[in-house]
Ligand binder design. Structure first.
Ligand code: ATP
Ligand code: MN
Ligand code: MN
Length: 307
């Protein structure tokens, strides 16, 4: 036992030295959040973020000089050798390898590489072709009041529940809300994309003054774009508990539906107050996320034959 303890003790400082060069580099100048501060944040929320980022291809927003400098949205590995990150090859695309992580060390290696946003695929390395969640990204256009975004999320929840799916909500850390449904990984990408497009189109058709399901930017004024396009092979969305490379050091945070209110805006939670929230929480609002996964059913019209 002594032996393994001393092993741990010698290994740890070495790893920290390797991971945190320039640990006082400032990533969010206004908030004074440094590389070390970001590493502390991810260490504290690791248990919560892990289910959403481990074992998936990742797209990563890198900001070597912090949020005020150049930003690179990187879908592929940018080095050949990593200590803890894993290079993975898309089984269908002959391209540069993608990156994945399996543990906190991998996440801390991202911090070292100035990754300020983590955007996973909606499918895992276990089954690249069958997504295990849907994300409906609600993007308010100019002049849309927050109450209208909340109402949109609730309507989205009701529509998802109507077809037998569970629905969870998170702030984006930016301007909107994300409604997320866990899936059993059975349906393939084309089916999932069609399902989400049908859902977005139906919502827009029923309330064309409030919603739009086409991505034309000029038509979004005063409306909410129901961005279903995250639900395609190779497309990504920001992970729950990922930080955002935006002023305020905001974070995308899972909420209980009852928490949606004018008091909690899309960028309310930050690197600073998210760990405090998690420490104070009596229950994780997304605790049932994995357990609530169901198979995406075929559209009702094609199921009638079963009576
Ligand atoms: P907001 O609430 O402000 O809309 P968001 O994370 O939902 O925040 P969107 O602009 O709606 O932001 O979504 C953009 C999505 O597109 C991201 O989630 C990301 O995964 C993906 N994406 C694709 N290319 C890029 C890029 N070059 N830079 C940033 N994101 C990109
Ligand atoms: Mn969005
Ligand atoms: Mn969007």
């Amino acid at each position: 036992r002594e032996g393994s303890r001393s092993l741990t003790f010698t290994a740890k400082p070495q790893r920290r030295r390797a991971v945190f060069t320039h640990s006082d580099r400032i990533y969010w100048p206004d908030e004074g959040v440094t590389k070390e501060g970001l590493a502390d944040y991810y260490t504290e929320v690791w248990r919560f973020i892990a289910p959403f980022i481990v074992g998936r291809p990742l797209a990563l927003l890198r900001c070597p000089d912090g949020i005020t400098g150049p930003q690179f949205f990187q879908k592929h590995a940018w080095k050949k050798v990593y200590s803890h990150l894993v290079l993975v090859n898309d089984p269908k695309e002959k391209s540069e390898p993608l990156l994945a992580l399996h543990d906190l060390d991998g996440l801390l290696e991202l911090v070292q590489s100035a990754v300020l946003e983590i955007h996973p695929w909606q499918s895992t390395l276990t089954d690249w072709e069958r997504p295990d969640r849907i994300i409906m990204d609600l993007d308010p256009g100019e002049g849309v009041p927050w109450e209208m975004v909340i109402a949109a999320a609730e309507e989205m929840r009701d529509r998802l529940q109507e077809v037998g799916l569970a629905a969870f909500v998170k702030t984006s850390g930016g301007k909107g809300l994300h409604v997320v449904s866990p899936l059993k990984p059975l349906a393939t990408w084309p089916m999932v994309k069609t399902f989400t497009k049908t859902l977005a189109d139906a919502m827009a058709a029923d309330n064309p003054d409030r919603f739009i399901s086409t991505s034309t930017k000029s038509k979004r004024q005063g409306k909410i774009f129901i961005d279903y396009l995250r639900n395609q092979r190779g497309m990504t969305a920001v992970a729950a508990y990922s930080t955002r490379a935006r002023p305020g050091a905001s974070v995308s945070v899972p909420l209980d539906w009852k928490e949606l209110s004018p008091n909690i805006g899309p960028a309310y939670f930050t690197v600073e107050n998210t760990p405090i929230r998690l420490a104070a929480l009596t229950g994780d609002p997304w605790a049932e996320f994995q357990a609530a996964a169901v198979a995406l059913e075929e559209p009702r019209s094609t199921r009638r034959r079963h009576g």
